[in-house]
Design a protein around this ligand. Structure first.
Ligand code: CP
Length: 315
């Protein structure tokens, strides 16, 4: 159990701002929130009378819908905005958009944006609590939290685990948030990708870096695959999809190098046959759909704690 009962900040901008005890608090709170999802009436009044705006400037299925469901399960009033159909298409800036929404007095703004640091900008200019739902190549804190929750469910702990994170490391905010969280909680992380997709300074996150997928998989407790982010590649990073799969795709043969009870993770959306074989994605070691389910509980926990809720259950 965590030895703190509240979060220090009213924003969740990145894992980099969270202390281990705060990470434990969110994960512990998510256990109680997951129980709400098993009830006949999946709703609690914790955020009744609070308004949450979901501001998605980038495509999203899992994050947007699970935030929306989490907000509804906590009885919050929600408003959603995506780029298309909004005045962003007429050239309205991020700050003007946020201030316009703030004029309607929301309590929290969940933001996904293609620019690294977008959530930090809003936190400086807005009165609302800001939750980063993915900013450029910087961080995706709720993804790392739901990944940690899923690992803990299966393994009982994060400390001492060997976690291989494999794929497009250069463009991955999921890698960055997971590396920060997992190393902070005592796991060891080995990151693997093609040399053209390894960001400079990755080792400063406390991870081991390799270009060998076999080395990454050897003895792993967790094999986490990352999506090849074609939409962020504006250069020649990969020779071909076929060559990428042959060198870095997760197959049953490669997975056999990990521990026999290793779990396979992917934040989604997956490129089947590019970073992961379909039989592995759908196999009995895969927890990919558990990650999706746990995203609701973890996001409920984050919303609840940022709204001032504490470990005693008072929001
Ligand atoms: N993992 C994740 O962020 O998925 P979405 O882009 O579908 O939200």
């Amino acid at each position: 159990m965590s030895d703190v009962t509240t979060l220090r900040s009213r924003h969740l901008l990145g894992i980099e701002d969270l202390e281990p005890a705060e990470i434990s608090l969110i994960l512990d709170t998510a256990v109680a929130m997951k129980e709400v999802g098993t009830r006949a009436i999946k709703k609690v009044p914790a955020l009744r009378g609070r308004t949450v705006v979901n501001l998605f400037f980038e495509a999203s299925t899992r994050t947007r819908l699970s935030f929306e469901l989490a907000e509804k399960r906590l009885s919050a009033d929600t408003m959603g905005m995506t780029t298309s159909g909004s005045s962003v298409t007429k050239g309205e800036t991020l700050i003007d958009t946020a201030k316009t929404l703030e004029a309607m007095s929301p309590d929290m703004i969940v933001i996904r944006h293609a620019s690294s640091g977008a959530a930090h900008v809003l936190a400086r200019v807005c009165r609302s609590s800001i939750i980063n739902a993915g900013d450029g190549t910087h961080e995706h804190p709720t993804q790392a939290l739901l990944d940690a929750f899923t690992i803990t469910e299966r393994k009982g702990t994060l400390a001492g685990l060997r976690v291989a994170i494999i794929g497009d490391l250069l463009h991955s905010r999921v890698l960055r948030s997971n590396a920060l969280l997992l190393t902070r909680m005592g796991a060891s992380v080995i990151a693997c990708g093609p040399p053209t997709l390894i960001p400079l300074g990755l080792d400063r996150l406390g991870v081991t870096v390799t270009t060998s997928i076999d080395e990454a998989c050897d003895g792993a407790d967790v094999v986490m695959m990352l999506r090849v982010q074609h939409e962020r590649m504006h250069g020649l990073f990969l020779p071909s999809v076929r060559e990428y799969f042959s060198l870095f795709g997760l197959t049953t043969e490669r997975l056999a190098r990990a521990k026999s009870d290793a779990i396979v993770m992917h934040p989604g959306p997956m490129n089947r046959g590019v970073e992961i074989a379909s039989d592995v994605a759908d196999g009995n070691q895969s927890v990919i759909l558990d990650q999706v389910a746990n995203g609701v509980a973890v996001r409920m926990a984050v919303l609840y704690l940022l709204a001032g809720g504490d470990a005693q259950g008072e929001a």
